[in-house]
Each structure stands twice: as C-alpha cells, then as structure tokens.
Design a protein around this ligand. Structure first.
Ligand SMILES: CCNC(=O)c1c(-c2ccccc2)csc1NC(=O)CNCCc1c[nH]c2ccccc12
Length: 330
C-alpha cells in the first residue's frame, strides 16, 4: 500500500503544517500535524472541554461504528515548549492520503494547554517518532507508521515541506518527481525514540565549510532550526544589528538586514537554506525587528533540525532495520 497527503502551512510564517486525515466510520475529517518529534496520535474530541476548543474540528467516538474504548488506558504529554495535553484512548479506523490503518490508537484529549487551544487550524498531532516514545499507559501504543509498515510497498515515509506553500507527505514509496538527484542517507540512532542523526558540518553564506559531527533530531513538529551556540553566533555575526535578545528569547535583527544563507552537510552532500527561511517573522505585525529561524539549542539539551531546515530538502524517513534518514535536493 501507499498514501499521499498534503502538508499545508497553518499560517503565513509556516509555524506548523497540517494534513487532512479521516477517523472512524463514517469518516470524520481532521487536520493534524504530522510530527516526527513525538509519538502520540492525539486529537481534539467530544471529550475536550468546550472552553478549551476554539474552532478546531473534533473526533466524536460515539458517532463512529468502528470506535472502541481502550479500557483503562490514559496518556499525558508535555512538549519542550511547555505545551501539553492528556486524555483517554480509543481505537478506530484511521486514514492518511488513502492509506488505512484499522484499529489505530487515537488518543482523545480531555485537556489541552492554551497554546493548542489558540492554534485554531490544528486539530491534533500524528506522532511519527519511534513508538518507544508513546505516552499511553498501562500499555504504550504503536504509531500510524508502525501500524501501516507491514502493508507498505516500501518501509518509508517522505516529507516534502515547502516555504509558504503546500507540500506533501508520502507513505510507502519514494516519489522521484519530488526530488532532483541522489538521496544521501545517514544512520539514525533510534534511541530514545527521535529520528536522531548527525550533520557532517555547516557553512555560513559563502564561507568555508566547517566539518564537524552535529547530532540532533529531524523534527517536522518543531518550527525552527536549533543548533549549538558557537554555530549560531558565527551566523549572526554576519548580520548587521543582530542581537541575542533576552526579552524576545532569541536572536533578533532589523527586518531590512541582509541575511546570509546557511548550509548543512549530510555525509558528503550539502543543503543550503535560503536567507528568506531564516528571516522568520516580525516580532509584531508593525515591528521592524525580526526573529531568526536559526536559534541556539543551548537551553534545549538537544539540537533540533526543524521545519526551517527540513523544507530545504526532500527527506526520506526509512523504517528499515537499521533505520536511516535520507536527504535529497529538490
Ligand atoms: C517546540 C516544539 N518542540 C519541542 O518541544 C521538542 C523538544 C524540546 C525540548 C526541550 C526544550 C524545547 C524543545 C525536543 S524534541 C521536540 N519536538 C517536539 O516536541 C515535536 N512536537 C511538537 C508538538 C508541538 C508543541 N507545541 C506545538 C504548537 C503547534 C504545533 C505543534 C506543537
């Protein structure tokens, strides 16, 4: 089997991407964020207090003839940005882009934090990390990819995220029309459960490439690119008026500044992030100060290759044994 579905930016600065999915019988359509940085599939639901819902679509298990309560199971997740959600669990038929998993664990939110309530276009998440990270207890549940894997033509899913445009997630096949040239693969460390791999180095603008192994996670659920402070200061040193602002919690600069590109290595291959991707957003609609798409990871304890980096390539998440990740120009 295979599947193919749109990855639609939820706002004008690509803060996150959502994908139409269907849950239950008859199908209920929700817009979910496919997230390789976590492994819980959770949705706004009929069990979510109405005070915490602001325009989101909800899943109503009682309206689905194929839903089944997973008795006694609960879940609770907190993300590094401080957002959180928790609730109960049903199994039901779940489809992404024509690819169906029967009896997928669908985690129904009984509580979501305010930042999720405020994201009106996001009805939940589909975790595509390794199932070891799943928070359902007493027994953890499998991700959509792990459930679909035995029926896939190829044990892969791919992400073709785009800057200020709709891209695609494909399951079970690699669409050669979506990338130019070869796919460069590099090993993935599946523990503790992220798509963890190394970059082979970086360069700023037209500067020399600095070879160094930089370990981090390829995370479609995180907006920005978070790298070690030494790299980030080297980048913003090239930007007139840039400063690391305590007030704004990161590097900001005059919106009119000329930004250099940023290149990262995957093995011997090189991928260049255009300056426009790093001129992320104005700090407020009328401000002339802008917030960078490249930020320091020093407070996170982990380097995160988020959407700002991933949208510069065609990315293959390979669930083979051993797992690996591939990047291709596009
Ligand atoms: C900023 C979101 N990212 C993280 O918290 C995160 C961290 C992390 C850890 C410590 C400090 C900061 C971040 C490690 S892996 C990782 N990745 C994920 O957790 C991926 N899932 C993010 C889901 C998510 C949280 N808040 C949202 C708001 C809109 C759309 C999606 C989300």
């Amino acid at each position: 089997d295979t599947g193919s579905a749109a990855a639609i930016p939820i706002n004008e600065v690509d803060i996150a991407y959502v994908t139409p999915v269907t849950v239950g019988t008859p199908p209920q359509t929700l817009m979910l964020d496919l997230d390789t940085g976590s492994s819980d599939l959770w949705v706004f639901s009929s069990l979510t207090p109405s005070s915490q819902i602001r325009g989101q679509e909800i899943y109503t298990p009682t309206k689905s003839s194929t839903s089944q309560l997973l008795n006694g199971h609960t879940w609770s997740i907190r993300y590094g940005d401080g957002s959180s959600s928790r609730g109960t669990v049903f199994t039901d038929n779940f489809t992404i882009g024509g690819l169906e998993v029967k009896s997928q664990a669908v985690q129904t939110a009984q509580e979501v934090s305010s930042s999720f309530t405020q994201e009106q276009s996001l009805d939940g998440l589909v975790g595509l990390g390794f199932s070891t990270l799943n928070t359902v207890r007493p027994s953890s549940q499998l991700t959509f990819f792990d459930n679909a894997r035995p029926n896939l033509d190829e044990e892969v899913f791919t992400a073709d995220l785009k800057y200020h445009a709709t891209g695609t997630y494909d399951f079970g096949f690699i669409d050669s029309k979506k990338h130019n040239g070869t796919i460069t693969y590099t090993p993935v460390q599946p523990s503790p459960g992220y798509w963890t791999h190394s970059l082979s180095g970086y360069s700023v603008g037209s500067g020399a490439f600095q070879s160094s192994q930089i370990s981090g996670i390829s995370d479609t659920g995180t907006t920005l690119l978070y790298l070690p402070t030494a790299i980030v200061t080297a980048y913003y040193r090239q930007v007139q008026g840039a400063q690391n602002s305590q007030y704004y919690g990161g590097y900001v600069f005059p919106c009119a500044s000329t930004l250099p590109t940023f290149t990262f290595g995957i093995e011997g291959a090189r991928f260049t992030i255009p300056a426009s991707y790093i001129n992320y957003t104005r700090i407020s609609p009328t401000s002339t100060t802008c917030y960078g798409g490249l930020q320091s990871s020093s407070g996170l304890g982990i380097n995160i290759f988020g959407d700002v980096a991933l949208k510069a390539a065609f990315v293959v998440f390979s669930g083979t044994n051993p797992p690996r990740i591939g990047f291709a120009p596009k």
